[in-house]
Design a protein around this ligand. Structure first.
Ligand code: PMT
Length: 410
């Protein structure tokens, strides 16, 4: 038996999929699968007419999330469910989007859950219309599309082919894989820019392990997701990327060279070898600040006494390479804080000679360590700071890369 990927693991991008009543609704079932394959967590909202064509249970089983079918059904407070969903989502995708949904969105008519949610949503919007060719070309539909485009929404042009009415015409819903790819591209628009082409990027990711004896070690809760997201985003932008990774359960991002290490000392050695050749270093690894002063060679046996472990400070890796930084090299660090986030992050930025630091609150369960999402505050040496909105780590990574690229041009 092959176990499936749990919904929401991977990129951690939250997608609301609005489904309205077009005959191509059968493709929306496959679209849910395609989005999940790409690491998205999907919540489906169906219009009342859509539920006459396919039962919500199908979408519930595929998305592994409850399906919303009306303003007054489902769990939670019905008066704010559309607001809660708007806070959760990173992208609102409607496929198929009927002429009626386009008209309601364009004119701000809020008479069901999907159209009310649209008004509450601040996320990017991707619409995949599908309808009869005459309906698609009707001046009313064209006007509505112009309004939606002017609002910055992305409209996927329907394809040509045989339609449910028997005509061969334009109006077909694009293939689910193509819609899913557009969705991910919209979640990370800068990924398409290739604006790191020619740059050598070095990323450290994950925890380190500091041995106590042959079988025990000290470590921390880092999963490597933030560092791997930074690496994947840089590779998508055309950079030549190397990751120095502590022990994690993740597959390396496609096209990225990976150096695996265990201890902080090993990470330091790898960093020393790679740093001189890189243009940009991203220190997302949670390097252990302390290691046992002495590790037993074999497995320590229980002998009825207390085991007193003395810890000694590890070398600060980024501080050490920061001293060797050549003009043109850029260092972005991360700061893992539980209190006084602003003060501590600023102090680290200065002490470690970084060009940018991204601070996260690691006392929270919903972001930071091991979560698919993060909430970062960025600090620059000139005193600027910027709080990024909470988002999937992959989306946070794109935002950090956008700022790094801007900083390189300054
Ligand atoms: O891996 P995830 O589960 O996705 O979690 C992501 C994360 C919380 C680990 C990541 O977002 C993060 O905050 N990484 C930095 C963790 C950390 O070690 O923070 P720090 O504040 O202790 O260190 C500040 C900087 O110094 C970091 O860039 C760190 O890599 C570096 N450092 C720290 C100690 C040390 N001995 N050498 C270092 O180079």
């Amino acid at each position: 038996m092959i176990k499936g990927t749990p919904a929401g693991k991977g990129t951690g991008c939250h997608v609301t999929l609005g489904v309205s009543a077009g005959i191509s609704i059968y493709k929306s079932c496959d679209l849910v699968r395609r989005l999940i394959e790409r690491g998205c967590d999907v919540k489906v909202v169906m219009t009342a007419h859509a539920t006459r064509m396919i039962g919500p249970v199908t979408f519930q089983a595929l998305s592994r999330n409850p399906v919303i079918t009306s303003l007054f059904e489902g769990s939670g407070d019905p008066t704010i469910a559309h607001i809660e969903l708007a806070k959760w989502e990173d992208l609102l995708l409607v496929a198929p989007a009927t002429a009626n949904v386009l008209a309601k969105f364009a004119r701000g008519v809020a008479d069901d859950f999907l159209s009310t949610h649209y008004l509450a949503s601040t996320s990017p919007v991707l619409l995949a219309p599908a309808m009869n060719g005459n309906m698609w070309r009707h001046p009313a539909t064209r006007e509505n599309l112009d309004i939606l485009k002017a609002r910055g929404h992305k409209i996927l042009s329907p394809g040509e082919g045989s339609l449910a009415c028997g005509d061969v015409d334009e109006g077909r819903l694009p293939e689910p894989a193509a819609i899913a790819d557009e969705a991910l591209a919209l979640l990370s628009p800068s990924a398409q820019k290739g604006n790191l082409a020619g740059k050598r990027v070095l990323v450290t990711a994950g925890p380190t392990r500091e041995p106590l004896d042959a079988v025990r070690f000290l470590t921390n809760r880092s999963s490597g997701k933030m560092g791997y997201a930074m690496a994947a985003a840089a590779a998508n932008r055309g950079a030549d990327v190397t990751v120095i990774s502590g022990p994690v359960a993740l597959s390396p991002p496609v096209g990225v060279r990976t150096i695996r290490v265990e201890t902080a000392a090993e990470m330091g050695t790898a960093l020393g070898g790679e740093f001189p050749q890189c243009d940009i270093l991203v220190m997302a690894a949670a390097v252990a600040d302390y290691k046992p002063a002495a590790a037993s060679a074999g497995k320590r046996k229980k002998d009825g006494t207390e085991w007193m472990v003395q810890l000694q400070e590890n070398k600060d890796l980024v501080q050490a390479v920061g001293k060797l930084k050549k003009p043109g090299q850029f260092i972005c660090g991360f700061a893992a804080e539980t209190d006084l986030l602003h003060e501590n992050a600023r102090a680290k930025l200065k002490k470690k000679n970084m060009d940018l630091i991204a601070a996260n609150d690691v006392s929270r369960e919903d972001v930071g360590f091991d979560s698919d999402r993060n909430e970062l505050v960025l600090f620059w040496p000139d005193g600027r700071e910027e709080a990024l909105p909470p988002a999937a780590k992959r989306v946070c990574a794109e935002a950090v890369w956008d700022r790094i690229v801007e900083s390189l041009h300054e």
